[in-house]
Design a protein around this ligand. Structure first.
Ligand code: EPU
Length: 334
């Protein structure tokens, strides 16, 4: 069923709680309807999923398409794994609980991440030692320009840290469904240092890992219906080992992590905190760096996208001035 609305408020469609209006807003739970919409649409089209990783910096969007495709099904299995196809309009955490209830392992560390399934390959969502790319097998899309179906293998998705082919080609693909390869036996992933200590002794199961992750997220991350935010606003910056060593000798407490390509990842939260931003707000008092995790910018009420962006720019400037490291936003600016 398709619904077309004019001059539609996007306030309840973004977890930052920013006011913006769609000239035309199309929602459908049917792939043929979505395809027909794309075939005849004037560009640009904004495909809006759960709205949990974006910031509206302009007040209006010409055309917003909201795919409400639903369904989770088993599409294959071998002796060790199953293939699970989830439609893009499913709520991410519903898929996580669905898989845990059936003893399929691989998603438990990604518990409680806000948003819909369709966003997971775009952002290559990640948390607590796991990333979506660890379990994604393939992605089915519609090419926005002509509505044609286009499948992507995992390799074709070109996943990176909070990055993918889809993120690099924003506005070109609508994600229809994602197929995951999950394990029939529990494979604990306790790579994230804080996770093990959260687990009750000797009781490591998919359910207890989920519980621990949920607890950590609730402690550190603001709940968006209560406090508008889009999770981590910035990426953790990657620097050369030379630059990392130089910084480490000047700031011995600097947390360092290894990253792909021989680079070192710095903790953006730490850099921001060192610059004094933790718990601070802008002059108007409606935007701030969250007091429990300063990597998260929050809308204390009535902030515009521009105000959030201005505050983020100030943080980027001060971190660059102090550490010579330029942070990049993780959130998509619309
Ligand atoms: N830290 C501080 N001060 C703080 C909080 C953290 O200095 O107030 C430093 C500490 O050194 C800490 C380090 O930051 O050891 C890492 O903190 P945390 O484990 O919270 O992870 P993060 O790097 O800040 C990333 C993801 C989160 C994900 C967590 C947990 C990015 C951009 N963010 O944050 O993902 O939940 O790891 O795995 O990679 C998101 O992407 O929206 C998101 C919330």
């Amino acid at each position: 069923m398709i619904h077309i609305r004019k001059k539609y408020s996007l306030l309840s469609h973004n977890t930052f709680g920013i006011s913006a209006t769609a000239d035309t807003f199309v929602v459908s739970d049917n792939m043929n309807e979505l395809r027909d919409t794309l075939r005849t649409a004037a560009m640009p089209v904004l495909v809006l999923g759960g709205g949990s990783n974006l910031l509206f910096v302009s007040d209006t969007c010409p055309l917003v398409v909201h795919p409400a495709l639903k369904g989770i099904e088993l599409t294959g299995e071998d002796s060790e794994t199953v293939l699970v196809r989830a439609c893009s309009g499913e709520v991410w955490d519903d898929l996580v609980t669905w898989s845990i209830a059936r003893n399929y392992s691989g998603l438990e560390n990604l518990s409680l991440i806000p948003g819909n399934v369709g966003a997971c390959p775009v952002q290559n969502i990640g948390a607590y030692g796991a990333e979506a790319q660890d379990v994604i097998e393939s992605v089915e899309t519609l090419h926005i320009a002509d509505g044609k179906q286009q499948p992507f293998s995992k390799q074709e998705c070109r996943f990176g840290y909070r990055d993918s082919f889809f993120k690099q080609n924003r506005g070109k693909y609508l994600i229809v469904s994602v197929t995951f390869r999950l394990s029939k036996t529990f494979v604990p992933n306790l790579a994230y240092s804080g996770l093990k200590s959260m687990l009750p002794n000797g009781n490591i199961s998919m359910a207890t890992v989920r519980e621990a992750v949920v607890k950590m997220r609730r402690q550190k991350l603001p709940d968006h219906p209560l406090l508008g935010n889009a999770g981590s606003f910035f990426k953790n910056p990657a620097v050369s080992s030379q630059q990392a060593e130089a910084l480490k000798s000047e700031y011995p407490a600097l947390p360092l992590y290894t990253a792909a390509g021989g680079l070192n990842k710095l903790s953006a939260a730490w850099l921001i905190e060192q610059c004094g931003w933790k718990g601070k707000r802008n002059k108007q008092g409606n935007v701030g760096a969250y007091d429990r995790q300063p990597l998260i910018l929050v809308n204390y009420g009535g902030a515009s996208g521009k105000e959030v962006l201005d505050f983020a720019s100030e943080i980027i400037r001060s971190v660059e001035e102090k550490f010579g490291v330029r942070m990049e936003p993780e959130v998509n600016m619309i």
